[in-house]
Design a protein around this ligand. Sequence first.
Ligand code: NAP
Length: 446
Amino acid sequence: MQEFLTAIQSGATGDELAAIPLPETYRASFVRREDTGMFEGLASEDKDPRKALHVGEVAVPELAPDEVYLAVMASSINFNTVWTSIFEPLPTFGFLDRLGRESAWGARHALPYHVVGSDASAVVLRTGSAVRLWKPGDKVTVHCNYVDDQSPSAHDDSMLADNQRIWGFETNFGGLADLAVVKANQLMPKPAHLTWEEAAVNALCNSTSYRMVVSRNGAAMQQDDRVLVWGASGGLGAFAVQYVLNGGGIPVGVVSSPEKVQLLHDLGVEAVIDRKAAGYRFWKDEHTQDESEWRRLGKDIRALVGEDVDIVFEHPGRQTMGASVFAAKRGGTIVTCAATSGYMIEYDNRHLWMKLKTIKGSHFANYREAWDANQLVCEGKILPPLSAVYPLEQVGEAAYQVHHNLHEGKIGVLCLAPEEGLGIDDPELRAEVGEERITLFRRHGA
Ligand code: NAP
């Protein structure tokens, strides 16, 4: 892969890249099938991604006609890599085996190792025979919606496809590696004003938040809507608050430290709650919630933005869902895509039905939504919340940081890119958007 890197750095043409022979193996981060029982009996927080994530050489798989090989310049840590590396709630090898039974090309994925990672900024090296719109040399980012477009179920909203998967989580050959294999319909243009690592941290969380906040498949936020955003300086939340601001809404960000409060203020979010300082105890004990604490949250929100929120951007799950259902205004929407603190949810249904609220499930984004969200990054209207950068060799430590909520925004991972700061093709746009704004999270994380 070093030969590809040298060629990319010296500005090789697509034809020149296509003439370089592919290696037989590549460096990748992966979990091993034989390790899936290694954390049995441990509490979630004691399961250590550093023990389960390995970096080593794996075989380059064959390329299907609708796929491309990518030289991955940078990638990012998503929470799904944390889940894979602690084998929760299930080992991801079950997903690979199911894909393996689906087709001859799918069978490539069912391996003794799972190459993880659901984000990438990259350069196209080779295209399969059926690829029409992309060519070697194209600089791209990758969205993770892996869809079999021969299934009729994929042709309404592709997230409704019956065999929809997340690349690098429910498929093999993910982005935390020097090479990746993706379908051509996962590719999007790389934002030219961003570095490789800035460009790599957006697609998964940005697209997810776009669907949840903006899309008619999500909460379809209107101007002046109040939106409560949990984890507002985290991976999803950092994009969600930007969408609320861009769309003329009023975000109420919830975070857990004074530093994160300041970061959100710097991003332009005025109404911020420090949940640690507020000391909410939504659960009196493991089995009982405390409605008076929900009321206290509601009061705090009204003190900041004058009224109850139209939308709650929900993902912490068990710890917060009761409060979220309570806090949404009459007719409001709770849009949820996750359950970090537990997926067996409890809320008081009276608050839902009597006040005509809606709980809306959301999951990643279809290609259209991902493309539109990427376009906003390309235009500098959505900023990359990159706060820290690790080399691929330290992918376990990077995942550990996210697992233990020690990070802000997104953590980038350098794959082929030898250092930070490379890959900017449009310095004029960068200057126009503003170096200070683009690097806001990085300076906070430094
Ligand atoms: P992240 O970067 O770790 O951010 C999550 C934030 O949530 C944290 O920064 C933390 O912020 C807050 N949080 C954590 N536990 C909390 C709790 N018990 N109560 C209140 N707030 C809490 O992770 P992320 O990338 O945003 O992902 C969040 C979740 O969404 C993960 O479970 C992930 O797997 C899931 N996800 C789902 C999709 C999908 O398509 N379905 C896509 C992306 C992510 P503070 O400590 O500052 O409050």
